[in-house]
Design a protein around this ligand. Structure first.
Ligand code: COA
Length: 209
């Protein structure tokens, strides 16, 4: 197993991994039936202009096993995202997104219960990491995060943040191991329809200089 930098040709493979792991490490199918829209919302931006320092983990045979994706500047990422909304809408109108309508409740809940990022002057970078179930617990998470942080340091980025929940125990263990601290913690009903309860959201940050 090894890691290499991501590129736009990884979109399909990373979209599939994101979807298979998008519900607290399990399949996103139960809350977001449109796999293609999931990919275009939560993977594509990081492989295009809005992303930086992304890495993919692969088996020796070249099978993609997981990734770390991120942005070096959250406000530019958000601007990029808004500029690309017309393109996403066009794809929706062309019928590219089967399962679009039953995916809307989650998007509406996201708008109703927004996340609370840490200040972007202190923590401008943001990351997402996911591994297929059979590839967890083997040290790949550590390798991906090391590669990502090394890239941020080379770019002289002052800090990085992420948002997770208390459900993601392995992820929190990994972040703490690398020195991330809890910036804020709050309960949110965002996931209630699918989790059966409120989730405790955790915003974590690491200063890099
Ligand atoms: C979170 C995730 C990326 C960690 O990667 P991993 O390859 O499984 O982790 P590693 O084997 O590299 O372990 C690194 C450290 O993470 C922590 N860790 C890993 N698995 C853990 C577990 N089950 N419980 C608690 N801590 C754990 C430990 O601190 C570990 O260090 P150690 O081996 O020295 O004890 C991976 O488990 C995953 O993709 N989980 C599902 C999706 C997810 O939760 N993504 C994050 C969303 S915010």
């Amino acid at each position: 197993m090894h890691v290499r930098k991501v590129n736009p040709n990884d979109l399909e493979a990373l979209g599939q991994i994101a979807y298979q792991t998008g519900f607290f490490g399990a399949s996103a199918e139960r809350f977001f039936p449109s796999q293609n829209l999931f990919r275009d919302l939560w993977v594509e931006p990081y492989l295009e202009g809005a992303g930086c320092c992304g890495w993919i983990a692969q088996s020796e045979a070249g099978k993609p096993l997981g990734y770390i994706l991120g942005t070096c500047d959250l406000p530019s990422y958000q601007r990029w995202f808004v500029q690309h909304l017309p393109q996403l809408s066009l794809r929706a109108l062309r019928g590219n997104y089967s399962g679009l309508w039953p995916s809307l409740p989650y998007l509406l809940r996201m708008a109703r219960y927004p996340s609370h990022p840490a200040p972007t002057q202190l923590y401008p970078a943001q990351l997402h990491i996911n591994l297929l179930p059979e590839s967890r617990g083997l040290g790949l998470g550590k390798t991906l995060l090391e590669s990502y942080l090394e890239c941020l340091r080379r770019k002289n980025i002052p800090g990085v943040q992420l948002s997770t929940t208390r459900e993601n125990t392995a992820a929190i263990g990994l972040y703490q191991k690398f020195g991330f601290g809890v910036y804020s913690e709050y309960s949110s009903p965002l996931w209630r329809p699918w989790l059966g309860r409120d989730a405790t959201h955790v915003v974590m940050g690491l200063k890099l200089r």
